[in-house]
Ligand binder design. Structure first.
Ligand code: NDP
Length: 491
C-alpha cells in the first residue's frame, strides 16, 4: 500500500487535517494507495506558493533556462515510462499498450512546448503615424490552475502543464480523486528535474478542492478537462474574478462512413473510435453514421469486431479493452444501455456486465452495438463515455451533415470516403474542433485540439495552446519632438 503526499511549495506534505481517501484498482476493486484530501488551507497555501514562485523566480527566468528544465522533465518521463504506465493502468484500468504510448506522447508534448519557451516574441507593428514606434510583448498570465479528469491523467496534464510552464506561468494542479497517483509521480519528476520550489504545486482531493481553487482571486488562469456540468460551475466561479478559462469538455462525436469508403479501414476506424480505451475518451466516435446502401454490411462487420475484442487484465499487453475506470462510471454506462433498450434501439451485441470468472471482480462491460438508432434517442445525444456504439443510417450527404451537426457537442468527427472533394467540402461544414478523414483518434503535439459548442473553448497542443496562457501588452513610443494638442486624441 502506498501513501501519497501532496506537493506544495517544493515540500511533500500530508493534508493539514490529516485526511486521506483510498484509491482503487478498477480491475480487482482492491484499494492500493491512499491520497490526501486537501483542506481549504492547503489549497490557499498552494496558490500563495505559486504566486510567490511566479513573482520571484519563474517569470524572471529566461526562456532558455525554462526550456532546459522542461527537456529534463521530458527525458525523465521517457525514462520512467514503464513504471508510470503500470501505475496509471493500475489506477484507471486503461490498457497498458495505450498508457505506455501516452507517457512517451506526454514527454513529446513537453519537448514541443519547451521549444517555444525562448521564442515567445512580440511584434513590431507599423502604424499610420511613423513618428510612433509600436510593439507588443507576449507575457505570462501568472498562476494557472490545471484540473484534469481520470481517463488519461498524465496525458491531459501534459496538454496543460507544458504550455503553461513554457510561457512562464506557475501552476496548481488538481487531478481527479479517482486517479491522482501518476500526477503525484510527475511531481516527483518535476523536482528531480530541478524546477524551483512553488513553480509546480499539486493538491489532491474531491471536487470541493477544485471548487475552492477556482474561487481564489489570486488565480490568473484556469484550464479544465472534465464534464460539461462541472465546466459550467467552474466557469461561473471564474467569472466572479474575471479569470480566463480553457474548457475541454465532453463529446458525442460522429464517425461517418460514406458509400464509397474503404469499408475495411472504416470499420477499424470505428473500433478505434469507440472501443479503444473502452470508449472512455472525450473524442469517442460514439455515433457511427453509415450510408444506407452499406448499412447492413457495416453492422455485421462492426459486430464481428466488437465480439472479438480481447477483454482482460489491462496490465497484460494482449488485452485490448480493460475495465471501466470506476464504479460511478460503470453504473452510468449500464444506465445508458438500459435507456437505449427502453427507447427501442436494436441491441445487436454486448450491453451487459461481463461476469465470467476471470473478470467478475472488475468493472467490465462487453463491447456494445446498438443498430437503428435515431439521432433523437438518449444514446445518440448524451455522452456515455463507455464502449457503447450507436449506429445511425443516412440517405445522402445532406442528411449525414444534418445528423452530424445535430448535437450540443462539437469536439471531434471522422469522415470515411475516397472522394477527396467530398472530404474537404464536408470537413468545412462540420461543427467540430477536430476532423479526421480516413482515420480516427490520431494525435500530434503540433496539432491544436479542442471543441466547439458545449465541448468547450480554447485549444490544447499546438502553437494555439500557448496563446491561452499568455497575454499581449502593446507599447507605443513617441519618436518625435513635436508639441501635441492635449485636447485631441492623437492618431
Ligand atoms: P468531472 O467534470 O466530474 O471532473 C473533472 C475534474 O474536475 C476532476 O478532477 C474533478 O474532481 C474536478 N471537479 C469536480 N467538481 C468540481 C468543482 N465543483 N469544481 C472544480 N473541480 C471539480 O469529469 P470526469 O472526471 O468524470 O471526466 C469525464 C468527463 O471529462 C467527460 O465528460 C469527458 O468527455 C471529459 N473529458 C474531456 C476531454 C477533452 O479533452 N475535451 C478529455 C477527457 C475527458 P473529482 O474527480 O475529484 O471529483
Amino acid at each position: 500500500m502506498k501513501n501519497y503526499q501532496m506537493l506544495i511549495d517544493g515540500e511533500w506534505v500530508n493534508s493539514s487535517n490529516n485526511e486521506t481517501f483510498p484509491t482503487v484498482n478498477p480491475f480487482n476493486q482492491k484499494m492500493w494507495a491512499t491520497i490526501p484530501q486537501a483542506s481549504d488551507e492547503d489549497v490557499q497555501l498552494a496558490v500563495k506558493a505559486a504566486k510567490r514562485a511566479f513573482e520571484n523566480v519563474w517569470s524572471k527566468m529566461n526562456g532558455l533556462k525554462r526550456a532546459s528544465l522542461m527537456f529534463k522533465l521530458a527525458d525523465l518521463i521517457d525514462k520512467n515510462a514503464t513504471y508510470l504506465s503500470k501505475l496509471e493502468t493500475t489506477d484507471n484500468g486503461k490498457v497498458i499498450r495505450e498508457t505506455k504510448t501516452q507517457m512517451h506522447f506526454a514527454a513529446r508534448n513537453y519537448r514541443f512546448f519547451a521549444g517555444y519557451a525562448d521564442k515567445l516574441n512580440g511584434e513590431v507593428i507599423p502604424l499610420d503615424n511613423d513618428e510612433l514606434l509600436d510593439y507588443t510583448l507576449r507575457e505570462p498570465l501568472g498562476v494557472a490552475v490545471l484540473i484534469t479528469s481520470w481517463n488519461s491523467p498524465v496525458s491531459l496534464l501534459a496538454n496543460k502543464l507544458a504550455p503553461a510552464l513554457a510561457s512562464g506561468n506557475t501552476v496548481v494542479i488538481k487531478p481527479s480523486e479517482h486517479t491522482s497517483a501518476t500526477t503525484l509521480e510527475i511531481g516527483k519528476l518535476v523536482q528531480e528535474a530541478g524546477f524551483p520550489d512553488g513553480v509546480v504545486n499539486i493538491v489532491t482531493g474531491d471536487g470541493k478542492v477544485g471548487d475552492t481553487l477556482t474561487k481564489i482571486k489570486e488565480v490568473n488562469k484556469i484550464s479544465f478537462t472534465g464534464g460539461v456540468k462541472t465546466g459550467v460551475i467552474i466557469s461561473r466561479n471564474a467569472s466572479e474574478n474575471l479569470i480566463p478559462v480553457t474548457m475541454e469538455l465532453g463529446g458525442k462525436s460522429p464517425n461517418i462512413i460514406f458509400e464509397d469508403a474503404d469499408l475495411e479501414a472504416a470499420i477499424i476506424g470505428a473500433v478505434a473510435g469507440i472501443y479503444a480505451a473502452g470508449g472512455q475518451t472525450c473524442i469517442a466516435g460514439s455515433r457511427l453514421l453509415v450510408h444506407q446502401s452499406i448499412y447492413e454490411e457495416a453492422i455485421e462487420k462492426i459486430t464481428d469486431k466488437a465480439k472479438g475484442i480481447i477483454l482482460g487484465n489491462p496490465l497484460d499487453k494482449a488485452t485490448e479493452m480493460g475495465p471501466v475506470a470506476n464504479e460511478q462510471q460503470f453504473k452510468h454506462i449500464l444506465s445508458m444501455i438500459k435507456k437505449g433498450k427502453e427507447e427501442k434501439a436494436e441491441l445487436v451485441c454486448g450491453g451487459e456486465r461481463v461476469i465470467n470468472e476471470q473478470l467478475r471482480s472488475g468493472f467490465f462491460i462487453s463491447p456494445t452495438v446498438f443498430a437503428n438508432v435515431h439521432n433523437d434517442m438518449s444514446i445518440a445525444r448524451e455522452e456515455i463515455f463507455g464502449p457503447v456504439l450507436s449506429v445511425i443510417p443516412f440517405a445522402d450527404e445532406e442528411e449525414a451533415l444534418t445528423i452530424a451537426n445535430d448535437s450540443e457537442y462539437g469536439l471531434a468527427a471522422g469522415i470515411w470516403s475516397k472522394d477527396v472533394k467530398r472530404i474537404h467540402r464536408f470537413a468545412k461544414k462540420l461543427q467540430s474542433g477536430v476532423v479526421w478523414a480516413n482515420t480516427y483518434r490520431v494525435t500530434a503535439a503540433q496539432a491544436p485540439f479542442g471543441g466547439m459548442k458545449r465541448s468547450g473553448h480554447g485549444r490544447e497542443r499546438g502553437y494555439h495552446a500557448l496563446l491561452d496562457y499568455t497575454q499581449v501588452k502593446n507599447v507605443m513610443v513617441n519618436l518625435s519632438n513635436d508639441i501635441r494638442d492635449p485636447f485631441s486624441i492623437q492618431v
